[in-house]
Design a protein around this ligand. Sequence first.
Ligand code: CA
Ligand code: CA
Ligand code: CA
Ligand code: CA
Length: 357
Amino acid sequence: MRIFKNTNGYTIIELMISIVIGMMLIAAASATYIAQNRSFTAQDSVSEVNTQSKIAHDLVSNFIKSAGFGVALDMSTEPVNGYTQKITPIDSSSGPDAITVVGGFRWVGSLWPTGATPGTTTCAAPPALPTSVPQNALNVQIIYNSDLRPNEGPNMTDRSFLSIDGIDFVEVSSCSVGANGNCGAAVILSNPLTQDFPLQDTTLVPDGICNVGRPVYLVENITFCVNTVDNTLRRIARTTPAGAASCTGITTSIDEVMADNVEDLQLAYALDTDGDGEADDPGSDGLANDFVSGGSVADASTIKAVRVNVLARTDRPDPQYTNLGSRPTVIENYTQPVVIDSFRRRWWQTIVSVRNN
Ligand SMILES: [Ca+2]
Ligand SMILES: [Ca+2]
Ligand SMILES: [Ca+2]
Ligand SMILES: [Ca+2]
């Protein structure tokens, strides 16, 4: 008698073994997926904090670098919204610092003679100079940039300070302020232009028609500070000096969040106290040991360089990173609180030379 092995289908035992193996494979794959996903989320969070805090750090640095551009030679007689210094350090050794810089940071439009229209004003034939906004003019026209938003152009209160091409510091004495909060094109200055500001014919093949006027910058005071309640790095424009030291509760036209999840902003200053135009380097061993805190800056006009530190952290904790997330021990003159948590942190530091101080 021949015994035939049953080759059609599976026995119940075989089926159960397959199911168990299948479930084990799925479980293994899920564990890998979850671990990978967690790692991607953490990486995402880290790359986000890296990008955002780096951009904010660079922006603060750029503003400091340009501090003093377009302001009056003597700010004590021609202050900007009450500020008589290009840089005002605000130091703390138990929390974030702040800094206020004054300068023509924002290009708002170009200077034209009243009534002239770009592209229709006839310039004198080359090589003669084109027409200009003449020296001693008080009545001028500003043709605003097309992307100028409401409340970003000149007005007659806290946005009345202008720089013409970084050369002339002027103030708006009167204008007709429109519904958007900006002065209309016709502006009367409080002090006459000290020189001619020629219009230019920049058409590829010059056609004798002026199309470009000299740039007009809004001169503002801008404070950078950290709001420790919500950990934001903020850019606050046109505070009064009295309000500058605090980052909370300030009402101004511009109070912008530059970056979230910023825990600290620390600033240190290199000074030129002997007046040779260079930051002082006692011992000739490099500047690193010569930076002082804002509280030790007796005369802000001696500031030659600023060391800018920004400390940021990820927006959510990384459970895989237990007990490693403590802050650095000390940044400049601030001994950081010991916080053992699961946040990853990023600390940026650069030294910025101040061009116009
Ligand atoms: Ca400090
Ligand atoms: Ca032209
Ligand atoms: Ca020096
Ligand atoms: Ca030194």
